[in-house]
Design a protein around this ligand. Structure first.
Ligand code: SAH
Ligand code: SF4
Ligand code: F3S
Length: 476
């Protein structure tokens, strides 16, 4: 893999705030005769997939451009999770297609979950794209692109039971060089009734652990100091050694990655409450570099709604899990995903969500209004009967409460000292650094001495808003 290629990934932060950071890019490769532009939407796994795509494109005669007007190939890595996500992407595709008026040779390709969900419709009926590749078809891109260049429409949306891209070292596209993702599994077998992911990403499969380890070691050598292990449900990671028949669990994998180096922080996302084990909690407690932070999506507080969602836990079970986490790791921060207005949700059900939020004391949450997705079990079985306006009203209430809880959570940190990994300059001032605590909170503080990004320092918290902390260095 050459480091000289010019690749740029633009992340649309509106689609999922989980993908944070500035537009990402690598150094250019002017020796390539054609240019491609790539844009990523959706979750962190999709972003990591774009790095796999960039690695596959490294084998071709395409250099990247950040300037869409000089692109010969435009790739859009798409998300289907909510209707709004698809609408935004459609508008972008129409715009890309309009560029063909001035440059008829441009090819537009759709990658990812929308390609999988809509299959050939974008190609044949709407005729707004030239090629489509589903999440398991990126090895086939050189072939698909060659076909599109020859004037044929090309598509591969085959979902695999085994593809994990474990032999492809992703071509790193982040700009800070400190924090990166490693996908440890693909697909999802859970069938939450509202969710399109099992249909767009296929069956769950875990990646061979030694390729994960090699990737983590490579990142550490390159100067990275934080890896986030990714999967739709990381706690059900399971790999069986074909030679010995021995199993590796997620807790064992976590410890293996944590041992790469004590200065390499390890995070993971997402944990399904039903699958996170005590062994995972003990690993967090026992290894300083496994971060004290768990994203544990609740979705809804009412046990009746949870059952309709097929989340397989009820309110009581979820709250016991939260208690177990705080008992074993008292300074652990927990965050959540919440959805308002799922089919048949009453005001009383909604109040149960608010109640659980108060008890769980999330440090932060991602919050959404339910969006009916064609093809999902909820779409087939239930009526999407909560009016849009009411979904939004409940959502505003959930957001307001979370802001209060986050604010109080951050106020409780005042006076405490945290070990902070420096990620770079703060957004507001070059005189300040921005870093993160183990609990995944952003801290801004004045620079001191010869500290640089990628270093750790100890910071005492002096103030906090609902979104971030401010502190001062107490020790170097
Ligand atoms: N695998 C992860 C979630 C992936 S999707 C997990 O199980 O937690 C990220 C979040 O999007 C979900 O947690 C859910 O809150 C939200 N989401 C999924 N489908 C949705 C839908 N149809 N409407 C609104 N939000 C949805
Ligand atoms: Fe979707 Fe549920 Fe799988 Fe998460 S666990 S990806 S919400 S089906
Ligand atoms: Fe979206 Fe697909 Fe991720 S639907 S959230 S990009 S798995």
């Amino acid at each position: 893999m050459s480091d000289q290629k010019l690749v740029q990934i633009t992340v649309n932060k509106e689609m999922d705030e989980r993908i944070q950071g500035t537009p990402l890019q690598r150094k250019g490769d002017e020796t390539k005769s054609k240019k491609f532009y790539i844009e990523s939407y959706g979750c962190a796994m999709n972003f990591n997939d774009s790095e796999i795509v960039a690695s596959v494109l490294d084998t071709m005669d395409y250099g990247n451009t950040q300037n869409i007007e000089e692109a010969d190939l435009i790739l859009v890595n798409t998300c289907s999770i909510r209707e709004k996500a698809e609408k935004t992407i459609r508008k972008r595709l129409e715009f890309y297609n309009s560029l063909k008026k001035t440059n008829p040779n441009i090819k537009v390709g759709v990658l990812g979950c929308m390609a999988e969900r809509l299959k050939s419709t974008l190609l044949e009926e709407e005729k707004i794209v030239d090629l489509m590749a589903g999440p398991d078809a990126y090895r086939d891109l050189p072939n698909l692109i060659a076909k599109a260049e020859g004037g044929d429409k090309s598509i591969n949306v085959f979902l695999s039971r085994v593809e994990t891209y474990d032999d492809i070292m992703p071509s790193r596209l982040d700009q800070n060089g400190i924090s990166s993702f490693i996908s440890i599994m693909r697909g999802c077998d859970n069938m939450c009734t509202f969710c399109v992911v099992p249909f767009t990403r296929g069956r769950e499969r875990s990646r061979e652990p030694y390729s994960i380890l090699a990737e983590a070691e490579d990142l550490f050598q390159k100067g990275y100091r934080e890896v986030t292990l990714l999967g739709q449900n990381v706690d059900s990671y399971k790999w069986t050694n074909p030679e010995t028949g021995e199993h590796m669990t997620f807790a064992q994998l976590l410890v293996m990655v944590a041992k790469v180096h004590p200065d390499m922080r390890v995070r993971f996302s997402t944990s399904h409450p039903k699958d996170i084990t005590d062994d995972v909690l003990f690993a967090i407690r026992d290894y300083e570099n496994i971060c004290n932070y768990i994203h544990l999506p609740l979705q809804a507080g009412s046990s009746r709604i949870l059952e309709l969602m097929n989340r397989t836990y009820d309110q009581e079970w979820y709250l016991n899990k939260v208690k177990r986490i705080y008992d074993i790791i008292p300074d652990c921060a927990i965050s959540s995903d919440m959805m308002t207005g799922f089919c048949s949700e009453t005001v009383e059900d909604h109040e149960e969500t608010l109640k659980v939020m108060e008890i769980a004391q999330y440090s932060m949450s991602y919050m959404f209004a339910y969006s009916d997705r064609p093809g999902t079990p909820a779409h087939k079985k239930f009526e999407d009967d909560v009016p849009e306006k009411e979904k939004k009203r409940r959502l505003a209430e959930v957001i307001r409460l979370q802001n209060q809880i986050s604010f109080a959570h951050n106020q409780r940190d005042i006076g405490k000292v945290f070990k902070v990994l420096i990620e770079g300059n703060s957004k507001r001032s070059d005189e300040d650094f921005k870093g993160k605590t183990s609990q995944n909170k952003v801290v801004n503080f004045a620079k001191k001495g010869d500290l640089k990004k990628g270093d750790y320092t100890f910071v005492k918290i002096i103030s906090g808003t609902s979104a971030s902390l401010r502190g001062e260095i107490v020790k170097q």
